[in-house]
Design a protein around this ligand. Structure first.
Ligand code: ADP
Length: 657
């Protein structure tokens, strides 16, 4: 069902209008009601000026002197005493010492009675003692008291308000609308045709193939006949897959800007709620809204929040809600025909955890992979993010791109912004190359903490530790090229060695082994120089152990175990607590890993003993100038004699605090 556009426009207008006072000021309404009830209770009390007296007073001063007109027993709790009409207001009561009210219509006195029976008996006795014929008129009444009503109305009201508050919080409560009724509605944000978005394809650098695929999706919606004429079915779902920060959300935003069709965007986690069934109802609502406005696009960010494989839920964390939401999503994807003009875009960085049913053809049948940018792409991304920045002439984008290996688009955006902030802090007129370098180091290693207090002994350990990394890296040919060594504390680490990693797709066994040796260089240097080891090698040892285990049990690089891999790309094994191999194999893996690391450690120590002189000199140099750059390293250790292959990824072996 397609609704005319102006109707929608009215709807939106209504939402934008100021809500009527009684809905916006609902709290004020309750406050007024409360105040009104309070005042009413106070003033409506007809016995407001009635005096409370004891039975003794009534017996001796009223009954004995025959002054009572009538008595009304109310709710079997108290008795109201009305005096004779002709006595009201009179001064003939001096013997009682009381001034009476001017009217006989309201009771002059009130007494609380224990029980009606005992009251009647007492009254009877009192009357008989005055005169045997005396008979005071006694009436009985049951009255609803405001205080009584209030005592049960108030808790009820509080519970009601509390519930509305909770539901309002859960339902996200649209402005001016009752959250109670919006609970199962989708919270997707609608970007309408023609609305100005700030992102378009021009803002996405690199990612040429992905961009072309996404543009094609936009074209499906704009010119469906071109495809259907030839018998082609238009895809229903497109999954954007890639590491964090590679521009998945950015791509979707650009689609919203360029497609010129209504665009619904929502995050996967927004479906999942405390109550079972809400997620499914939100999915239904989202698709209903999208179909009403077809052709349209739905974008679900972080779809792994709902699309996680159903088989992976283990016994300890059953999650009915997520499962029912996912089932609904699958049904909806199947439900609309291929040509209804709704295309679902989804983004995730964990495609491995997604339910297989979600990825089968007919649902998310197109997968677009966004990868970490290459050097050329990084240059383009830098250019996009440098646009708004005032640059000094010495900024060389290709050097920046070369020195930011393995960085995602988001990292690059971050470096550009950090560099501008650093330049501004130093009151510069334009951002210079060195600001970018500092920003880069900061993004990789964390903030420099020059003021951190380190004892002289600790500094010496750190210097030898870092020198150990540097020497081993320098003399092993399969380690990435070293660019600098520093013992300035940064983030959590006390020192670091910076590398310029090579861009490679596969790693050979000897590369793995050399890298392990380089990582063990710090610990080995400590042992050789101080004959004692410290806790500073934690990061290195963690890395080495993980790498050794993956070499042995994943990559099949161990001779004893052979070409066997226990890697599980489907993640199916995660739910079993046990291992997929025998106890004997487990012991063999442990033994092989230990042998591998011990051998590498011995090799590292031998290398360092061979270059002991250089190790000591480099450590001294570090202690005097804190940072040693590549040129100084070459001077001390000689040229590395290896081809300079490097572009890219990150650096750092560090001493943990
Ligand atoms: P994710 O893939 O995690 O969804 P985003 O799309 O949110 O990543 O990207 C975060 C930021 O990184 C973007 O706002 C943008 O500034 C920057 N970015 C990422 N990739 C690119 C790119 N290819 N071109 C330009 N900027 C990019």
């Amino acid at each position: 069902m397609k609704q005319p556009d102006n109707k929608d426009a009215n709807k939106e207008k209504k939402i934008n209008q100021k809500p009527p006072f009684w809905s916006a000021g609902l709290n004020w309404f309750y406050l007024f009601l409360f105040a009104f009830l309070l005042v009413f209770t106070f003033f409506s009390n007809p016995s407001g000026s009635t005096k409370e007296k004891s039975w003794g007073f009534v017996r001796d001063s009223l009954i004995a002197q025959d002054k009572i007109e009538k008595i009304i027993v109310v709710n079997k709790e108290f008795a109201e005493i009305y005096v004779k009409k002709d006595l009201t207001g009179s001064t003939a009561n001096r013997n009682i010492g009381e001034k009476w009210l001017q009217t006989a219509d309201i009771p002059q006195y009130r007494i609380t009675i224990g029980s009606v029976d005992s009251f009647e008996a007492k009254l009877q006795r009192a009357q008989e003692s005055v005169s045997p014929t005396m008979a005071i008129d006694v009436q009985y009444q049951n009255r609803g008291s405001w205080v009584n009503i209030f005592s049960w109305l108030l808790p009820l009201g509080i519970i009601l308000l509390f519930w509305m508050y909770i539901l309002g919080k859960l339902g996200g409560g649209g402005k001016g609308s009752n959250p109670l009724f919006n609970f199962g509605k989708s919270t997707a944000v609608l970007t309408e045709k023609g609305s100005k978005t700030t992102v378009n394809f021009k803002d996405i650098a690199g990612l040429k193939e992905a961009k072309a695929e996404v543009m094609e999706v936009v074209d499906f919606l704009k010119n469906p006949e071109r495809y259907t004429k030839l018998g082609a079915k238009i895809p229903k779902g497109v999954m954007l897959v890639g590491p964090p920060g590679t521009g998945k959300t950015l791509m979707a935003k650009a689609v919203a800007g360029e497609a010129q069709v209504p665009f619904f965007s929502m995050s996967g986690s927004e479906f999942v709620e405390m109550f079972v069934g809400v997620g499914a109802s939100r999915v239904r609502d989202l698709f209903k809204r999208a179909k009403e406005k077809s052709p349209s696009i739905i974008f679900i960010d972080e779809i792994d929040a709902v699309g996680r494989s159903r088989g992976k839920v283990n016994a300890f964390q059953a999650n009915d809600e997520r499962e029912s939401t996912l089932n609904q999503l699958l049904t909806e994807l199947d439900g609309f025909g291929p040509n209804t003009g709704v295309i679902v875009l989804a983004a995730t960085n964990r495609p491995d955890v997604l339910d297989k049913a979600l990825l089968r053809p007919g649902r998310f049948d197109r997968h677009i992979y966004l990868e970490l940018p290459t050097k050329e792409e990084r240059i383009e991304i830098f250019n996009v993010h440098l646009r708004p920045i005032k640059l000094s002439k010495n900024v060389d984008v290709s050097v920046l791109a070369k020195l930011s290996p393995g960085f995602s688009g988001a990292d690059i955006a971050n470096i550009c912004n950090e560099a501008a902030l650093i330049a501004a802090r130093n009151k510069k007129k334009a951002v210079e190359q060195e600001d970018f370098m500092e920003a880069r180091d900061r993004v990789i290693g964390g903030l420099e903490r020059k003021s951190k207090i380190i004892s002289a002994k600790e500094k010496e350990i750190v210097a030898h530790h870092e020198a150990g990394h540097a020497i081993v890296s320098w003399f092993l040919k399969n380690v990435d090229s070293l660019v600098k060594v520093s013992i300035i504390p940064r983030g959590k680490s006390l020192g670091s060695a910076w590398y310029l990693p090579e861009e490679r797709q596969i790693v050979t066994k000897s590369q793995f082994l050399d890298q392990i040796c380089a990582a063990l260089g710090g610990r080995a240097a400590e042992e050789i120089i101080f004959n004692e080891t410290s806790s500073g090698a934690l990061d290195d040892l963690e890395k080495v152990t993980k790498q050794a285990y993956s070499m042995v049990s994943f990559y099949g690089l161990d001779e004893e175990i052979g070409p066997i891999s226990f890697y599980d790309s489907s993640g199916q094994n995660e739910r079993f607590l046990g291992k997929p191999y025998s106890e004997h194999m487990a012991q063999l893996i442990d033994k092989e890993v230990r042998d591998l690391v011990y051998t590498a450690y011995e090799r590292t120590k031998n290398l360092l003993i061979e270059h002991l002189d250089e190790l000591k000199k480099l450590a001294q140099l570090l202690l005097t100038q804190e940072v040693v750059e590549k040129e100084a390293l070459e001077e001390l250790l000689g040229k590395r004699g290896l081809p300079e292959t490097g572009t890219l990824p990150k650096a750092s072996n560090s001493v943990n605090t």
